[in-house]
Design a protein around this ligand. Structure first.
Ligand SMILES: O=P(O)(O)OC[C@H]1O[C@H](OP(=O)(O)OP(=O)(O)O)[C@H](O)[C@@H]1O
Ligand SMILES: Nc1ncnc2[nH]cnc12
Length: 185
């Protein structure tokens, strides 16, 4: 718990960014503290290994902040890593979905063969607000024939109830109240 408090203390709130009314939670200061990063990754990986009995085949990270966590978690789980990216960044055959997030509309894409039919997947991101981004990633996994077993986040805006739009259980390290994202515990 001390480790989690340390991580919470490093996350920086930025009122009215990127739009008025959004209290933007900046995860990057955590990466100034390698011990905190180690604790965070270990905590997330322990959650996966203690709650999921199936072998995880692929860890998906969401553009862009999910890329900070996804590849490290994938390495620890001896799984593949694949990115879900914003529109127009990935070459070749892709799957595409449009989605709505807390502060706008966007398009997510994934290389079609990044997830093979029948593979077990976890989706990782820094934060879930409305759940629009994570749900869109889940749809891309399903379009490729994979199955999401869990969604992992560092921060969850609990009152936005993003969990309701996901097709698998969610785990978050830090829970914040409402889109003001006040810390809850
Ligand atoms: O639950 P939602 O309402 O969908 O919002 C959460 C998403 O918003 C942020 O990403 P953003 O699209 O700002 O991209 P970035 O990581 O490139 O800054 C965050 O990293 C999540 O991916
Ligand atoms: N309040 C917030 N802080 C950081 N990233 C976000 N993505 C969506 N809402 C966010």
């Amino acid at each position: 718990m001390a480790d989690i408090e340390r991580i919470r203390g490093l996350i920086r709130a930025n009122p009215d960014f990127p739009k008025p009314g959004i209290n933007f939670q900046d995860i990057f200061p955590v990466f100034q503290d390698p011990t905190a990063v180690e604790s965070l990754i270990t905590h997330l990986v322990s959650h996966v290994t203690s709650t999921i009995k199936e072998k995880i085949d692929v860890v998906i990270g969401l553009d862009a902040r999910g890329f900070l966590f996804g590849p490290i978690i994938a390495l620890r789980l001896a799984a593949a890593f694949a990115p879900v990216r914003k529109k127009g960044k990935l070459p070749g055959e892709i799957v595409t979905v449009e989605y709505v997030k807390e502060y706008g509309v966007d398009v997510f894409e994934m290389e079609k063969d990044a997830v093979k039919p029948g593979q077990n997947v976890i989706v990782v991101d820094d934060l879930i607000a409305t759940g629009g981004s994570a749900a869109a990633a889940g749809k891309l996994v399903n379009l490729s024939g994979g199955k999401v077993l869990k969604y992992l986040f560092v921060i969850e805006a609990v009152e936005l109830n993003g969990a309701a739009v996901l097709n698998a259980p969610l785990y978050s390290v830090l829970k914040y109240e409402d889109s003001g994202l006040k810390y809850k515990g």
